[in-house]
Design a protein around this ligand. Sequence first.
Ligand SMILES: *[C@@H]1O[C@H](CO)[C@@H](O)[C@H](O)[C@H]1NC(C)=O
Ligand SMILES: *[C@@H]1O[C@H](CO)[C@@H](O)[C@H](O)[C@H]1NC(C)=O
Ligand SMILES: *[C@@H]1O[C@H](CO)[C@@H](O)[C@H](O)[C@H]1NC(C)=O
Ligand SMILES: *[C@@H]1O[C@H](CO)[C@@H](O)[C@H](O)[C@H]1NC(C)=O
Ligand SMILES: *[C@@H]1O[C@H](CO)[C@@H](O)[C@H](O)[C@H]1NC(C)=O
Ligand SMILES: *[C@@H]1O[C@H](CO)[C@@H](O)[C@H](O)[C@H]1NC(C)=O
Ligand SMILES: *[C@@H]1O[C@H](CO)[C@@H](O)[C@H](O)[C@H]1NC(C)=O
Ligand SMILES: *[C@@H]1O[C@H](CO)[C@@H](O)[C@H](O)[C@H]1NC(C)=O
Ligand SMILES: *[C@@H]1O[C@H](CO)[C@@H](O)[C@H](O)[C@H]1NC(C)=O
Length: 876
Amino acid sequence: MGPLFLVSNLLVLLGYIRCALLGLDYGQEFSKAMLVSPHAPLELVLTSDSKRKDVSGLALKSYKESVERVFGSGVDSAQVKTPNGALLHVKSLLGKKIDDQFNAYHKAHPGVKFVATERDSVALKSLGQLYPVEEVLGMNLDETIGRANSMLVKEKSILDKVDSVAITVPEYFSQDQRLALISGAQLAQNNIKTVLVNDGLTVAINFALKQRSDFSAGEEKHFMFYDMGSGSTRASLVSIKQSANLSQPLMVELCGYGFDAGLGGSLLTQNVAELLEIKFLEQNPTIRTQVLENDARALVRIRQAAEKAKLILSANADASVNIESLHNDIDFKTTVTRLEFEQFSEDLDTRVIAPVLKALDTQFSDSPISFADIDSLILTGGATRTPLVQKQLSEYFGEDLIAKNVNADESSVEGATIRGIQLFKSFHTKALDVIDRSVFTYSAVFNETEGPREVFGKGCQYPNATSYLTIPVRNISDFSIDLQEDGKIFKTHAVDTGPIVSKFQQDACPHGVTYNVTFSLSQDRLFDIASVEAICIQNSNNAAGVFKKLFSGFEIGQDGVNSEETESSKTVDKIKKLKTVEEFPRLRPINARESVALRKHIEELNSRDTKRFRVQELINVLESDLYDARNYLEEENITLNGPSEEVDMLTTLVSEYLEWLDYEADDASPEELSKRIETVKNLKSKITLYINSADEPLDLNQFSQMYTNGTELIEKLKGNRVMENETLEALRESFDLIDLDVTKEFKKIRTPRHLSSPTNKMRDVLEGMESTLAEVRKIENLASFDEVSREKLFELKLKFDSSYHDLNKWVEFEQSTQKFKVNELVSLHARRQRVIKKREERKSLSSSATVGGSNTTTSDDQQSATTSTQLEHDEL
Ligand SMILES: *[C@@H]1O[C@H](CO)[C@@H](O)[C@H](O)[C@H]1NC(C)=O
Ligand SMILES: *[C@@H]1O[C@H](CO)[C@@H](O)[C@H](O)[C@H]1NC(C)=O
Ligand SMILES: *[C@@H]1O[C@H](CO)[C@@H](O)[C@H](O)[C@H]1NC(C)=O
Ligand SMILES: *[C@@H]1O[C@H](CO)[C@@H](O)[C@H](O)[C@H]1NC(C)=O
Ligand SMILES: *[C@@H]1O[C@H](CO)[C@@H](O)[C@H](O)[C@H]1NC(C)=O
Ligand SMILES: *[C@@H]1O[C@H](CO)[C@@H](O)[C@H](O)[C@H]1NC(C)=O
Ligand SMILES: *[C@@H]1O[C@H](CO)[C@@H](O)[C@H](O)[C@H]1NC(C)=O
Ligand SMILES: *[C@@H]1O[C@H](CO)[C@@H](O)[C@H](O)[C@H]1NC(C)=O
Ligand SMILES: *[C@@H]1O[C@H](CO)[C@@H](O)[C@H](O)[C@H]1NC(C)=O
């Protein structure tokens, strides 16, 4: 049973939910997205040109006074044109400070400039504007979500919209990196829900679901997942266990981990690029290295050629490279061999193996898995296709151990999506038990004095939460807590102790006040403080109660606890939620204000792009219409029988507009383009109509019929008005009897929505008809009617048809409206009458009723009166 089947089955349970989830395998250079919704089970989101993987990032080009954004496969050529416009591959820049090391990044992205944000994080400076790396991720994801949503529209689940995203994260990402990843992703849409999924486990989860039938009851197997992407390499030692009870879910557990944050496809490409550079400089000894290094465009082209050559070298012994006019108009032509590449990359040999050794070495369990117990080493991630990587691994670990049967490209995005479904609780069944363990240690420093206390150790399962009590203090003063990840402080909470002093009076807590600090390690593996309580210790009895039960980490101070005394924790006085002020000594994440501003900027760019697309679309429409028109004008029946005036006009227009398209259209507004499209269309349809009117008599008889028909229609309109008046007058008396003014009530009734009024104004339409009729009359009366040209007559005939059509719409509209309103009046009358009757009945019950006969009569009379008006009205 594959996961597709599994998921589509489970999703049925939630058919009512109007939401969709996106799984995002967010890689350094490439990303993949998968969509799942109640109506679209697990589908890969293709790029706009139907590729399965998308470029991570985008490129900017100058466009008029502003910029144009390019996503997907257009990025390469845009990057060559504007190296500085590349907003690419920011994953490794997330959560970094501007003064961190970025050599590898700069080598791979010539011409890209970094600038510090106000938080000292990295922003790319491109075409005069700053783009914080989070914003780049946000734009990227925003575009992906847009494509996913249009997939949903195509699949007729229009009401579903992507509202949550599960994003892969390398287990080694620090708190800063995680926070940056989350805040960047949240810029993609307002109120989007995000969850981070450990990318070592995504592949394992996908693998486990696909292999589940291979596991017998009680069986446990160990696998080393070796994932080399473009930016980094991760080795995850995973155990997959089938419970003895087969109806229990499969268990996937992370047991060990190793990584190299800089080893990946990008580095291999860089090696090929450096080889190419060397060869180019050898071929052109007059060019100084420094000069080439300053030619960003040339370096981008070398890098892109290196990427292609690297792929060729995966299957071939050599690859030829040919770059026209690379630098100073010099063409570059060379060949790289796999041998050269591998020799050049020799220093990577040990780095390739190291993560696996590290994962074996740093296991979380007390009874570590030995190398011999590993079932297979599973290769995933695009860069594991490189022969030198495979060679190293199989030489070191043995060919037999290496399994390449996992779809290296899509297992991660599929696993992330499945895990996302599970974490967002999009369905209820427990398909899998996933045990994720922290690869870092989390500790806290209280009050900057005591050494760090380990809160969640390495190998700790998460999500998790735990509470600690501090040593009681008698004098309340400042209290702060530093949070550390693997010994590095990333966040400080300064506790607001003010409420303690005001709540606990002097001497109220003779044994001091202790702080109950609750720490959490979230699903996203964010370490933080969930709450801080102040507990007033009134006597040693309750101190005993508190400590006996809950003191979990620290040595108890001088206020020794007599554990034999009875518990009385109920009397403990507490302040539940103390406020804290957060500080980020290293890197502050984006705050709400910045987030709103960045989101606004993304939306601005979106709407500018939308407008640009619209203009481009209209230009294409106009262009094709013009070519159509040109061909049309060449048709024989047009040249022979067409109305010469219009034909000439259209001929002129076509050549004029085609020229305009060549030179000015890019600056045109959508409105202007639409107007031109319309003009061409109208002129063309006029000609067609004329040709089609070959059978129209266009004689005196027809024109006099037109006059009659038009006049009759106007009369009909006026007749409507009179009829309305008469109907109201007929109803007036019966309405007077129930104390209502029929005219007022009529006016109060609103036109129902299903009767929408014609778009043209009534007065204009009527005047249009009147003037058309005047023209008709004039022509009809001409002594020289026979000499009037057919074009002119036909034009008038068209004008008449259109006036007639428009006016007729109004006549029909008014009739239906009237009919509706009169019906409403009649039922209003009936309702009102019933009310009066009931009232009178009640009155007659209390007094002695005598007026019986008269109510019946009136009612009957009115009933027939209204029925007859209704009939009359229907006859209209
Ligand atoms: C097996 O697991 C199922 C589902 O959790 C449970 O209902 C059943 O009692 C278990 N059977 C045994 C023999 O433990
Ligand atoms: C924190 O340190 C200050 C002095 O640095 C001390 O007065 C205070 O009692 C300490 N608080 C706690 C909770 O240890
Ligand atoms: C949660 O954290 C506490 C404190 O570190 C630890 O003792 C406990 O084992 C953790 N729970 C799990 C399930 O790992
Ligand atoms: C507590 O504060 C009082 C008054 O501020 C001071 O006299 C006393 O020495 C302090 N006690 C301790 C243990 O710091
Ligand atoms: C400490 O706080 C946690 C979370 O609020 C709570 O569950 C726990 O009972 C508290 N401990 C004490 C001793 O009050
Ligand atoms: C022109 O003539 C061709 C061939 O007789 C015919 O197919 C076409 O529909 C005509 N076009 C118009 C606009 O009448
Ligand atoms: C006038 O109206 C009649 C009846 O509706 C219709 O048959 C005829 O075609 C109309 N004549 C013109 C010129 O519109
Ligand atoms: C109906 O016609 C009468 C007499 O022509 C006129 O006085 C009255 O204003 C008209 N009422 C409406 C509602 O048009
Ligand atoms: C008129 O009033 C009498 C009682 O006075 C009642 O029985 C009768 O139903 C009323 N007529 C109608 C049409 O409601």
